[in-house]
Design a protein around this ligand. Structure first.
Ligand SMILES: [Zn+2]
Length: 242
């Protein structure tokens, strides 16, 4: 049963376990919840008093654990894979005596070469790699999306006003009533077919501003597999983070 513990402004998922084999009350904090174990006959009041007595300790350790969960990101080193248009690229990280950071896509080797100053270490190094990777993704996304927009707008006989690259947590794209199209740069990690679908979807909004059956008929005309692409985005989308 899902239950929660409210300590001041903090709400923590809570689990209570009573057992005749447990000799004393104890508290365990995991990244997911706080669990209290107690002897079978412990009263609600005793448990509450015990939590109250340990209140500061619980809050402090819960906060600490939440922080490590948030900062637990993947580590980028040579040999690690990153996705680009649905393909896995192998990272090659090269230390250089220079001060500049660069990323070079080697298509024939399916690799991404990142050069980084050799004096960058630990967290600073990881941060720098993540930054250059994001910059590279955005450059590629802008280029690929513009090519696709130009191709599909000609195919579909529509014209858009402006294109902007966006960073959105929950949206892949949008189209305004002024004919401006926004696309999320993170979509560059998806396959080319999925990117085509996103572009076709937004361009179709130039003709239909809603998601009516006419809208979907138009999408299907240029992208018959749109349902599977939508499913893919729904399922894999949340993991498309760097
Ligand atoms: Zn839409």
């Amino acid at each position: 049963m899902a239950s929660s513990l409210k300590l001041g402004k903090t709400i923590i998922p809570y689990e209570e376990r009573k057992s005749s084999r447990t000799k004393r009350i104890s508290i365990r904090i995991t990244p997911e919840k706080v669990r209290v174990s107690a002897p079978a006959r412990t009263s609600k009041r005793e448990i509450q008093a015990f939590i109250e007595k340990n209140r500061e300790w619980i809050l402090e350790n819960w906060a600490k654990l939440q922080e490590t969960v948030v900062t637990q990101r993947r580590v980028y080193e040579t040999g690690e894979k990153v996705l680009y248009l649905g393909k896995e690229l192998t990272l090659q990280i090269i230390n250089t005596p220079h001060k500049t950071i660069s990323a070079l896509y080697k298509k024939d080797q399916e690799s991404l070469e990142i050069k980084i100053p050799q004096d960058f270490e630990g967290e600073e190094r990881q941060l720098a790699i993540r930054e250059i990777l994001e910059k590279w993704y955005k450059q590629k996304a802008r280029m690929v999306f513009l090519q696709k927009l130009s191709f599909w707008s000609r195919q579909m006989g529509v014209s858009y006003n402006q294109f902007r690259l966006k960073e959105q947590k929950t949206r892949w794209g949008s189209c305004s009533s002024l004919g401006n199209i926004n696309l999320n740069w993170r979509a560059i990690i998806a396959t080319e077919q999925v990117v085509d679908y996103l572009v076709i979807h937004e361009l179709s909004h130039l003709l239909y501003m809603d998601h009516s059956s006419e809208f979907w008929e138009n999408v299907a005309r240029y992208c018959p597999d749109h349902a599977s692409h939508r499913r893919w985005l729904r399922e894999k989308g949340p993991s498309l983070i760097i």
